[in-house]
Design a protein. Structure first.
Length: 279
């Protein structure tokens, strides 16, 4: 078995400041452990998921590289959302250290998958035990910034007492094998077939998210646009719910649009991913 890193990952190696001729054992040490030699944690958190704690939900998040950040496409249906991805343009996620961590976890997942999955499942067990100790519901977002079909690797199936939830741009038929404890919300994009896919999810009792903004790139106009859509009560003949109050998507009523106001880089979107509303 070759101990050299495949050529396709050279871009990611460069982003991490690693030589292109690094061996696989050396790369494993670089991505599965921190610079101080401690095992790298896969699960993390964010300000938005922490809002769920007030509702008795303890959420952990996996942040890997969105889109082609690492030179490998981790979001097969990504389009306009890539430039304004919350996984790279908001809060702590903009920091260089967080970018390095995302790329490291992406390489870990792609090249050392068995070890990555063992570590991930171990961390989920620990997270669930912590939630139980504080009488909270354990929840996990496996795709905080990616769009991986985790059900294909048996992760949510291995933890039936944990609530998993994510956004996805994949059509419903591509996620047909999702277990009951993995709630997915389709994310509307500017693709010509995206609205049809969203309606399929909604008609099947699922949910779909729409990111809205005003005509300007100002955050206040973005919030006003979301408030306007929510006041109407419906979008494309389906009810709406406020997706910014909490991140707990598995509590959303079935068959409803999740309205999110544009944030970060999405405020400047010109692709059509963000739905613009006159304020």
């Amino acid at each position: 078995m070759s101990k050299t890193v495949p050529h396709i990952y050279r871009g990611a190696l460069a982003l991490l400041g690693l030589p292109h001729d690094i061996t696989l054992p050396e790369l494993f040490r670089a991505v599965a452990f921190t610079d101080s030699g401690r095992p790298r944690n896969i699960l993390g958190s964010s300000v938005k998921v922490e809002k769920g704690e007030k509702r008795g939900v303890l959420t952990a998040v996996v942040y890997m590289s969105p889109g082609r950040e690492a030179g490998i496409n981790m979001c097969p249906m990504a389009a306009g959302c890539e430039a304004g991805c919350l996984g790279t343009t908001t809060g702590r996620l903009r920091m260089p250290s967080h970018k390095r961590a995302r790329i490291s976890k992406t390489l870990w997942f792609m090249l050392f998958r068995d070890h990555f999955l063992r570590r991930l499942n171990w961390e989920i067990v620990g997270h669930a035990m912590t939630a139980e100790a504080f009488d909270m519901t354990p929840a996990v977002r496996l795709n905080g910034s990616s769009d991986v079909k985790w059900e294909s690797f048996g992760v949510p199936q291995a933890h039936p007492d944990v609530e998993f939830y994510d956004y996805t741009k994949l059509p419903a038929k591509a996620r047909a094998g999702v277990p009951a404890n993995y709630r997915l919300t389709y994310s509307l994009s500017e693709r010509a077939d995206s609205m049809a896919h969203a309606i399929e999810w909604l008609e099947a009792g699922g949910n779909a998210a729409v990111v809205v903004a005003g005509e300007s790139a100002k955050l206040k106009d973005s919030k006003a646009a979301a408030a306007q859509m929510l006041e109407r009560g419906t979008f494309r003949d389906f009810p709406t719910v406020d997706g910014d109050v909490t991140d707990i998507r598995f509590d959303d009523p079935p068959g409803a649009w999740v309205v999110l106001h544009a944030k970060g880089g999405a405020l400047k979107d010109t692709t059509g991913f963000v739905v613009r509303i006159n304020n």
